[in-house]
Design a protein around this ligand. Structure first.
Ligand SMILES: Cc1cc2nc3c(=O)[nH]c(=O)nc-3n(C[C@H](O)[C@H](O)[C@H](O)COP(=O)(O)OP(=O)(O)OC[C@H]3O[C@@H](n4cnc5c(N)ncnc54)[C@H](O)[C@@H]3O)c2cc1C
Length: 411
């Protein structure tokens, strides 16, 4: 990209998460002079948080299935994900000295399981490539002359010019990691279409009684199936103080959230015996002995105390007397969800910069030379490594978009 004797192009990346740092790496490798601006004292904080429970980098399932996870945004994201696909992501990780492995569910993790070693090696590599990282720089949008404005940690106002920009400011979940969504106002202020930021991969609020909450908050409903409008997801659902959380809840979150938007509430059905058909459940309930109390009888049928508590909670303590009715209830227990949990507690964010506001290179149509990558774009996907995969892939795509755009200026 740089002819001998000419100054390298100056490209700034705003946001030091996986998308921004990946863009910085691609740009620096191509010879650009790259500066990363980050508001926090260190970069990659959400990546670190993501690594706490095991950094699920991507997923090993077949390509078509993986791309399906991006729902209606699949056509826009697929070229980026095919260009920098799970194999490329794993190879990149291995290049940083972190092998990867496929967990039992097909999810891919670094050998070190967490993000710390990977991030440390990555920052060393970026340093070696000459990438300058300026932390404690909060992006404030554009000034009247079209330059980028920042506030430093000391409160100073600085203005930065350059040849191209990559915005990779993340969503608005876990704002203490730095991603607070304040960028929305800066972009809508120049007319960019931004879909409202909403919680994704989030828990939902349930109006538990004090008794149920006090006894069961923190307890998992092990290996249940959740159903909503023909969609099913399976795994452990955790009862929390204010509702329910867990992988199966996150997986159904988009449909549940949209249903609540329309009706103010939604009922999700919990199948507490997903491997048993109703006659089998009836047979299990038949283990109850004549002198058993209801609780003892349900325990004999293999129902955990939290399941019995949930049955009582949902029915207002009026359990059906007949085993057939009880079995039907256990196969489809309706739990009313009142609202998604707040975005600050969600794993990820739905909404963001409209994919129609950027071209195929992820360049803002209204602001040539400014590209957008990562979670701040309007897509969503379930947990399982799909979030980081898309953040990394769009980081690569935006950087390559910058290089392509700069080459047309050079021509
Ligand atoms: C608890 C948790 C667990 C997760 N686990 C996984 C997982 O296992 N697998 C997976 O695929 N995904 C996981 N995710 C999601 C994943 O971490 C994100 O999707 C990913 O980090 C998004 O990358 P990004 O670069 O787009 O944004 P971010 O990582 O959010 O980075 C954006 C950066 O921009 C900076 N920034 C924001 N505003 C400004 C500003 N005005 N000026 C300057 N800098 C700014 C922020 O400080 C931040 O460093 C998890 C998320 C959470 C919260």
């Amino acid at each position: 990209m740089t002819d001998p004797g000419t100054a390298p192009r100056r490209v700034s990346v705003v946001g030091g998460g996986p998308a921004g740092l990946m863009a910085a790496e691609v740009l620096a490798r191509a010879g650009a002079a790259v500066t990363v601006f980050e508001r926090m004292p260190t970069v990659g904080r959400k990546l670190q948080v993501a690594g706490r429970g095991g950094l699920n980098l991507t997923h090993s399932e077949p390509r078509a299935a993986l791309l399906e996870r991006y729902g209606p945004t699949r056509p826009r994201l697929a070229p980026a994900i095919e260009r920098f696909d799970p194999a490329a992501l794993r190879a990149w990780c291995e290049g940083l000295g972190e092998g990867t492995f496929v967990g039992s569910s097909g999810r891919v993790f670094p050998d070190g399981f967490r993000a710390t070693a990977l991030l440390r090696a990555w920052l060393r590599r970026l340093d070696g490539l000459g990438v300058e990282v300026r932390t404690r720089h909060t992006w404030l949008g554009w000034d009247a002359d079209g330059a980028m404005a920042f506030q430093t940690g000391e409160g100073a106002h600085v203005v930065v010019t350059g040849d191209a920009w990559v915005l990779a400011l993340g969503g608005a979940s876990w704002p203490r990691t730095g991603s607070d969504g304040a960028w929305v106002a800066h972009l809508t202020g120049i007319g960019v279409d931004v879909a409202p930021l909403r919680p994704a991969n989030c828990g939902f609020v349930v109006g538990w009684s004090d008794v149920f909450r006090g006894r069961f908050a923190g307890t998992p409903l092990k290996d249940v199936a959740l159903r909503h409008r023909g969609a099913t997801s399976r795994g452990d659902v955790v009862v929390t103080d204010h509702g329910i959380e867990g992988g199966p809840v996150y997986a159904l979150a988009p449909g549940l959230r949209d249903a609540i938007d329309v009706a103010g509430e939604v009922h999700v059905r919990i199948d507490l015996f997903p491997d048993a058909d109703p006659p089998t459940v009836v047979a299990r309930l038949g283990r109850r002995r004549p002198k058993d109390s209801m609780a003892t009888g349900l325990g004999r049928a293999g129902l955990a105390p939290v399941v019995v508590g949930l049955l009582r909670e949902v029915t207002g303590n009026r359990l059906p007397a007949g085993t057939g009715d009880l079995a039907r209830l256990l196969k489809a227990l309706p739990v009313r969800l009142d609202a998604p949990m707040g975005i600050d507690r969600a794993i990820s964010t739905a909404g963001g910069v409209s994919l129609d506001a950027v071209d195929h290179r992820f360049m803002l149509r209204d602001r040539p030379g400014t590209f957008v990558a990562g979670e701040m774009l309007d897509w969503e996907a379930p947990t399982g490594g799909y979030l980081l995969q898309a953040a990394f892939s769009t980081g690569v795509a935006a950087a390559e978009g910058v290089l392509d755009w700069l080459s047309t200026l050079d021509a």
